[in-house]
Design a binder for this molecule. Structure first.
Ligand SMILES: Nc1ncnc2c1ncn2[C@@H]1O[C@H](COP(=O)(O)OP(=O)(O)O)[C@@H](O)[C@H]1O
Ligand SMILES: [Mg+2]
Length: 275
């Protein structure tokens, strides 16, 4: 004897089955779409990784080239200086040698910033004479074509501190060059170094009475490659910030458009405290 399954029951079962398979189909196509999306994301990520790899390789190459350029540049600087002295009696010609020297200084500063940027700087502390460092930086900065600008340095307290002389020189150099770029022909730049601070550290201020920094730009000036200059690299202040970090210091800027700018840096005293 065969049992008869009521037709309604079969119908119901069939409907349930149809609904379930429709739902499965929908979920399957959703999953398919998601897989496509994930594949596209993966391909984009792979491209980004490849790009980053290439940039890193280019960075390494740039650093190597910068090193290679440095040596001949050093010789050129020496020869141009000798030439300048040799031509002391012929000012017109001496001026040409001076131009060569200025170009060399600009290139050298660019290379220093690039090299510091490529390998995050580490401070190797040793006793330094702050006034010597500042004098070097002023000399290296030159006048950037603004011979009338007055640069005045003042000191309070000890001049000898523990710091990394090369990093500190580059820091002052970048701040002075920026100040020179910001002022008019008869501008004023002040550098003050104070070691009579409560914490026993060094407080450095570099101020100018130049064009100032617009409010909407001030948050970006320390970003690498941010520059408002036609031929700027945007590396100067990124290096300043990295050097301050390497000394575990702090950095602050105050600026009033049309009036001037002051950069204030605090660098803690090294473990050894010098007088
Ligand atoms: N003393 C200053 N006065 C006015 N603007 C400044 C001063 N220092 C820096 N800036 C602004 O910050 C930007 C970034 O400076 P920096 O990192 O040294 O790069 P760069 O000098 O190559 O432009 C400059 O382009 C300029 O707009
Ligand atoms: Mg600069």
């Amino acid at each position: 004897m065969t049992t008869q399954i009521p037709i309604e029951l079969l119908n119901d079962a069939f409907n349930v089955f149809r609904d379930a398979s429709r739902k499965l189909e929908q979920q399957y196509s959703l999953l398919e779409n998601r897989i496509e999306e994930l594949n596209a994301e993966l391909a984009e990520k792979n491209r980004a990784i490849e790009r980053t790899r290439r940039l890193a390789a280019m960075g390494e190459m740039a650093a190597r080239i910068a090193h290679e350029i440095r040596n001949p540049l050093g010789s050129m600087a020496i020869f141009a200086t000798l030439l300048e002295r040799e031509l002391a009696d012929e000012p017109d010609k001496a001026k040409l040698a001076e131009h060569i020297n200025k170009g060399i200084k600009t290139l050298d500063n660019l290379l220093s910033n690039m090299l510091l940027f490529a390998g995050s700087p580490e401070a190797k502390l040793k006793p330094v004479e702050l006034n010597d460092i500042v004098d070097d930086a002023i000399l290296l900065a030159g006048d950037r074509g603004k011979a009338g600008v007055e640069i005045r340095a003042s000191y309070r307290g000890r001049k000898r501190v523990m710091a990394d002389p090369n990093l500190l020189r580059q820091l002052f150099l970048n701040l002075i060059i920026n100040a020179l770029d910001a002022v008019e022909e008869d501008g004023r730049i002040g550098i003050s170094v104070d070691t009579e601070t409560e914490e026993g550290g060094v407080v450095i201020k570099v101020s100018d009475n130049g064009r100032g920094i617009p409010r909407e730009e001030i948050d970006r000036i320390f970003d690498p490659f941010f520059s408002t200059k036609e031929r700027g690299t945007g590396l100067g202040l990124a290096i300043v910030s990295a050097v301050v970090d390497a000394h575990m210091g702090r950095l602050d800027v105050q600026s009033e458009p049309g009036k001037g700018t002051t950069f204030t840096l605090g660098i803690p005293a090294g473990r050894e405290y010098l007088s």
